[in-house]
Design a binder for this molecule. Sequence first.
Ligand SMILES: [Ca+2]
Length: 184
Amino acid sequence: MRFTSQVLVCALVAGYFCSQANAFPQYLSAFQAKYPTSTLPSRMAASPIGENCGVCHHSPVKSDLGNCYRVDIITALATMTIEQALDALDGQDSDGDGVPNGMEITAVRSDLPGEVGYSPGRVGPTGTDPCLGAGTPLPTGQLETPPPIPTMSTWGLAVLTLLIMVSATILMQVRLRKAVVVVR
Ligand SMILES: [Ca+2]
């Protein structure tokens, strides 16, 4: 009887961990299906993190809360599927760096030719996680906050306006001179 109970408990525990282990590739597959151009998973595998699960997890510890993106995914999964959760989080900013998740994941990396995507759960030049869980999060060692989109300063806009006005004035003068010559 005791032996039977022990076998049952072992089977349940093994089943739990198997289901947990199987869930991760399923979630990663859903991520890759939604963002097929992103090279983030393979870059996480090549980084000090060492595996593509680092998109969400603190490798090698999978049982902790994970990075900011995973925190949001866990919350969303309470009421929806992984596909719906990824859709719902696409426009949100999980790591609080000012850039929506979907935009981070699909951004072309000017600093890494051929690579696409920043981490939606990590920030800064080392890829640290502002939502630190209980594990041992390794930095990516790469820029994980997209550089700000360059915007034109007020002075730049004023100079551009002045150049356009001067160019238009010169063009009008040239056309007027040609018109005068034709009339004469
Ligand atoms: Ca972000």
